[in-house]
Design a protein around this ligand. Structure first.
Ligand SMILES: Nc1ncnc2c1ncn2[C@@H]1O[C@H](COP(=O)(O)OP(=O)(O)OP(=O)(O)O)[C@@H](O)[C@H]1O
Ligand SMILES: [Mg+2]
Length: 263
């Protein structure tokens, strides 16, 4: 299904007061981040979009697809990736990819290869076609789902709820979905992901309280955030492998601190 925009017509916060952001429009290729404290309503907005709410959810929001209310039972426009996602199907990875591609009539001789190549570009630990779906780790499952959403699924909207701890190259995955023309919405507490998006909505007490447009100076911050993430990731790997931290690793950290103070 091809759609050009989704419009969210606001509802009310948890006390029944109108939301400050009255209307939100998401277009093809947009990346929108949902930020705000725990319990502030980020996941509910994702669910409003998934269910194509029509004033019938706790927020009272309405979701218009290309200007129209559509029946959520007749058309599914979203692919969802959530924190606790695991496969329960009794299939290996290759058969899953093949089945999905065939059901969409886009299977070619190298579909499995292409989807796996992309998933492996995102995942920490490599996946192969003969692995059983149920045996994949959280990070591997999410890498496969992002790759599937980008290359096979025809869902024009991808909803992502907190994938920060999944151990995958999240910024790369999200950029990829966006360049495939998807509308990508990400609920997150991760500052790097927040800056990956052009726009972010700040939630408060169940309401869309503020819409912030990213700018050049924030994009410069992003470069440093990515560097900090990269260093932290290498420390994480090292600690996971049972290594000890020492004078050398401390020196690397101090140097990084220097970089971030502009020295
Ligand atoms: N506008 C609203 N009106 C009524 N209830 C709401 C509203 N927004 C959120 N809620 C309810 O508040 C609870 C917390 O919201 P939600 O799970 O969306 O928070 P969250 O921002 O995703 O939190 P976390 O960061 O912990 O995942 C849910 O039960 C949700 O249904
Ligand atoms: Mg949530």
């Amino acid at each position: 299904m091809d759609i050009n925009e989704i419009k969210i017509v606001s509802g009310a916060d948890k006390n029944g007061n109108p939301e400050a952001v009255e209307e939100l429009i998401i277009r093809k290729g947009d990346i929108l981040v949902l930020a705000g404290p725990t319990g502030s309503g980020k996941s509910l907005l994702l669910s409003d979009i998934e269910q194509l709410a029509n004033g019938d959810s706790p927020s009272g929001r309405r979701v218009l697809v290309d200007g129209k209310i559509i029946d959520p039972f007749s058309t599914r426009i979203t692919a969802c990736l959530s924190q606790n996602m695991h496969f329960v199907m009794d299939l290996d990875v290759g058969s899953f990819i093949n089945l999905h591609a065939k059901s969409r009539r886009i299977a070619t001789s190298n579909t499995v290869e292409k989807v796996l190549e992309l998933a492996n570009d995102l995942a920490g630990e490599p996946l192969s076609a003969n692995m059983h779906l149920a045996s994949l780790s959280g990070g591997q499952s999410r890498a496969l789902m992002i790759s599937d959403a980008a290359l096979i699924s025809n869902a024009p909207v991808v909803l992502i709820d907190e994938i920060e701890n999944a151990g995958i190259n999240k910024t790369k995955g999200i950029q990829l979905l966006s360049t495939e023309g998807k509308m990508v919405l990400i609920a997150t507490h991760d500052p790097t992901l927040m800056l990956t998006a052009q726009k972010r909505i700040i939630f408060k007490n169940g309401a869309m309280a503020k819409l912030i447009q990213s700018n050049d100076i924030e994009r410069k911050h992003l470069q440093y955030f990515l560097e900090i993430d990269r260093v932290l990731e290498s420390f994480k790997q090292s600690l996971r492998n049972g290594n000890r931290l020492d004078e050398e690793t401390l020196k690397a950290l101090i140097e990084l601190r220097g970089v971030n103070h502009g020295q």
